[in-house]
Write a protein that binds this ligand. Structure first.
Ligand SMILES: Cc1ncc(COP(=O)(O)O)c(C=O)c1O
Length: 492
């Protein structure tokens, strides 16, 4: 019986002993093992599970140490009844009627339905595809495991543990603030005081906090169109008016439409999704317009330092003398998006309110992750990582841009100098959804372009191709095949 409850997966990341421990402890807590009889012997279990007897023995011994089992001499191992004490009793009264009329009408209670928004989808099994032109992910093989391990060990020493086990209510790890202030921001031309920096759970979280703080009372926000889908979705559920502003080869167009807005959200370093960089004169024009019309600029500097043919352009924030730019970025693009490590920079008055609001949401992002990240930055590992990935991405980017020009019909030439993805305009009669489906059947993953547009009737012939996870040697064959599929679809 017990052997049937133990799930073993020899390909799992957890070792066999831990898998056995886990299954037995769950079975004990679910009261699936009788208390007054010994559990099957290690010999019996090892034969049934096809693992070594020693592995089972180790699992039993640790379960004894953890208080799940007790060992009785010459009788075997038994469930320790005290592990089950203090648990809530299963309800004995008959269950209430469970039909349509008695269960809550959830649809009528929702004041927002974010699940209905059109969103970016990234297949989690991209690694199984031969041509994953997925964007926004990193290749786990490039993650600096040894360096991160060393920092996590350091974050576990007694002094560090004293620092991060307490809940600080709303404060961040001062060491991380210092590293961001001294190492990350100056590279972008941004100088900030510690009290002007807030750690967030990624740019997504920064945008959410800001929207929650600044929207309402009929306030208007303008954003690039095409523009970042996640940002639009966040703005849509907070602001009464989200104004789509056209994008050209210099990024967001600065015109009279911006005369009537309170906020403008932009991605100047590499406009999402086109990847064009906003030139300096456009930046100055935008800042002057902000001054003239009294609006605030939200700068999402998500893809720092991925220029391959020109020097990186300093952040818009670096030109901001009057505190009109709220700057945000994260470590998602180079370190790992799964870490959810981001930050926001703005005037102290704004950061104070954002911090107070963040406290209501989550108090603060986990302090152990903040400390590990601080250590990682302080040892210079982040700069080395950027340099290493920059070389890899640069090489892939040249191959990718050339392949697109050669094999994708009817591509529009944009003045791009880098980024981690390419925005492609296919022939006018291309439907990116049909292409995405067909491409997937041929092992190619691409990202839909229509999700970037705000209008009801969206252009269908755009799509995005990411370069971060695709192996370099797969780029040309993948793009060639994609080009053929586009021809097949559009010349039908
Ligand atoms: C435009 C834009 N902003 C921000 C981010 C990063 O978001 P986060 O920091 O929440 O991972 C991305 C990630 O793909 C992005 O495309």
């Amino acid at each position: 019986m017990l052997e049937q409850l133990i799930k073993i997966d020899k390909g799992a990341t957890e070792n066999l002993k831990d898998q056995i421990k886990q299954s037995i402890s769950v079975a004990i807590l679910d009261e699936l093992i009788v208390l007054d009889k010994p559990i099957p012997s290690s010999r019996k279990l090892s034969t049934a599970l096809k693992v070594s007897r020693q592995t089972v023995m180790f699992a039993f011994e640790e379960l004894v140490d953890d208080g799940y089992l007790i060992s009785k001499e010459r009788k075997g191992y038994f469930v320790n009844p005290s592990i089950l004490s203090g648990r809530a009793m299963k309800p004995s009264k008959p269950k209430l009627r469970n039909d349509e009329t008695s269960s809550p009408q959830w649809q009528q209670r929702f004041t927002k339905e974010p699940s209905k928004q059109i969103n970016i989808l990234k297949p989690s099994d991209w690694q199984k595809f031969p041509y994953p032109f997925t964007s926004g992910q990193i290749d786990p093989k490039t993650f600096p495991i040894a360096e991160w391990r060393e920092c996590s060990k350091q974050a576990l020493n007694v002094l560090a543990v004293n620092d991060w086990t307490s809940d600080t209510l709303d404060a961040d790890d001062p060491q991380l603030i210092e590293q961001i202030q001294q190492r990350i921001l100056p590279r972008r031309g941004v100088w900030a005081k510690p009290e002007e920096i807030l750690i967030t759970v990624g740019t997504q979280n920064s945008l959410y906090i800001l929207s929650n703080l600044l929207a309402g009372n009929g306030r208007k926000i303008a954003m690039e169109n095409p523009g970042y889908t996640d940002a639009r979705n966040i703005f849509d559920i907070h602001f009464d008016h989200v104004i789509p502003q056209p994008v050209d080869k210099g990024g967001i167009v600065v015109n009279s439409q911006l005369g009537d807005v309170d906020y403008v959200y932009v991605t100047p370093s590499h406009q999402w999704p086109t990847s064009v960089t906003m030139p300096i004169d456009r930046r100055e024009k935008l800042l002057a317009k902000a001054e003239q019309e009294d609006f605030i600029i939200i700068e999402d500097d998500y893809e720092i330092e991925t220029n391959y043919i020109e020097e990186p352009v300093a952040a818009l924030k670096s030109l901001d003398d009057n505190g009109r730019v709220i700057y945000m970025s994260s470590l998602s693009k180079f370190l790992a998006p799964g870490l959810r490590m981001g930050f926001m920079v703005g005037p102290k008055a704004l950061i104070d309110e954002a911090r107070a609001l963040r406290r209501l949401m989550m108090r603060h992002p986990p302090l152990n992750t903040q400390r590990m990240t601080a250590l990682f930055l302080s040892r210079g590992h982040y700069e080395s990582l950027i340099n290493r990935l920059w070389r890899i991405y640069k090489s892939k980017w040249h191959i990718l841009t050339e392949a697109i020009e050669r094999y994708i019909p009817s591509n529009e030439k944009l003045p791009i100098n880098g980024g981690t993805s390419c925005w492609v305009r296919g022939p006018n009669n291309l439907d990116c959804r049909i292409l995405q489906k067909l491409a997937k059947e041929h092992g190619i993953l691409i990202e839909l372009g229509d999700i970037a547009f705000s209008q009801q009737i969206k252009p269908k012939n755009y799509f995005r191709i990411g370069l971060t996870v695709i192996p370099e040697h797969k780029i040309v064959p993948g793009i060639k095949l994609l080009g053929q599929l586009i021809q097949d679809i559009t010349l039908r």
